[in-house]
Design a protein around this ligand. Structure first.
Ligand code: HEC
Length: 247
């Protein structure tokens, strides 16, 4: 961005000295590129094309001043606009191009394990508990495709009470809000902590008979979406997309 907005002094001088009738169009085309041209057009409308011609008489020094103005205007002139959710295919989550057959098999094996749902006992994947945040990698890393981030509907609400579990859904986990992991700044005795404290426990699940481990207390509650006003000892983390890490 900076390079397209920062023509050298000689480039700009050359454009200004030109006898071409549409000096601003030339500058836009040759020096600034498409993205800056709208800002520059507004700049030129405000100051008038005549100003550009006058500036030409002052040569290099003014050219530098103009460069600075255009640059500043390009940075601040148009307010950023949130385009909303991007449509079309995800364009992510596939293996890298050009893998060998072995590497593709390795990728597919990892991808399948990523989608395995874990239980405590007597299933085909007994990897859950006694404290956990969810029961499947894919549940948290799924948007816009496997390996991504938090999906639009939060899966943790169902996970909290799955298979008879008795967890309270923490105040910062909401249906349309992000998946969050909770790190504690300090532990109960005041020592530096920083670790992830799992949201849920397996107590009550039919596949965990006799387990009485207790869920952490994440209160006091704050704003469920922003987290503001809540327990100041908690720092939140949302799922990092894994694209580029082999998925
Ligand atoms: C409860 C939701 C949840 C589940 C389930 C989950 N993750 Fe994550 N993952 C996160 C969050 C949140 C982070 C960011 C952690 C942080 O910054 O402290 C993360 C980060 C990561 C990272 C990036 C780590 C880094 O330091 O850059 C990897 C890799 C990852 N997860 C892989 C996995 C795999 C593999 C599984 C399944 C075994 C899994 N995740 C299951 C929520 C989840």
């Amino acid at each position: 961005m900076a390079s397209t907005l920062s023509p050298t002094q000689s480039e700009l001088s050359a454009a200004l000295w030109s006898t071409h009738p549409s000096v601003d169009a030339m500058i836009k085309r040759s020096l600034l590129g498409k993205r800056a041209s709208r800002s520059l057009t507004r700049f030129m409308i405000i100051f008038g094309i005549g100003v550009a011609a006058t500036l030409a008489c002052f040569g290099g020094i003014v050219a530098v001043a103009l460069t600075t103005s255009v640059y500043t205007f390009g940075q601040t002139g148009s307010a950023p606009v949130d385009p909303g959710v991007r449509g079309g295919p995800a364009g992510a989550g596939a293996p890298l191009q050009g893998l060998t057959a072995d590497e593709i098999a390795f990728f597919q094996d990892g991808q399948a394990r990523f989608a395995d749902v874990e239980v405590v006992t007597k299933g085909s994947n007994n990897g859950l508990g006694p404290r956990f945040n969810s029961n499947q990698c894919l549940s948290c890393h799924s948007q816009p495709d496997a390996g991504g981030s938090s999906p639009a509907q939060n899966p943790l609400i169902a996970v909290a009470t799955l298979n008879g579990a008795k967890n309270t859904v923490p105040w910062f986990i909401t249906q349309n809000g992000p998946i969050r992991e909770a790190r504690f700044k300090r532990s109960a005795n005041g020592a530096s902590d920083g670790e992830v404290h799992n949201l849920f426990v397996i107590t009550g699940r039919t596949d965990a008979p006799g387990c009485n481990i207790v869920q952490p207390d994440f209160r006091p509650a704050g704003n469920p979406l922003t987290g503001q006003g809540g327990n100041p000892n908690i720092i939140f983390r949302i799922p990092t997309p894994l694209f580029g890490a082999g998925s």
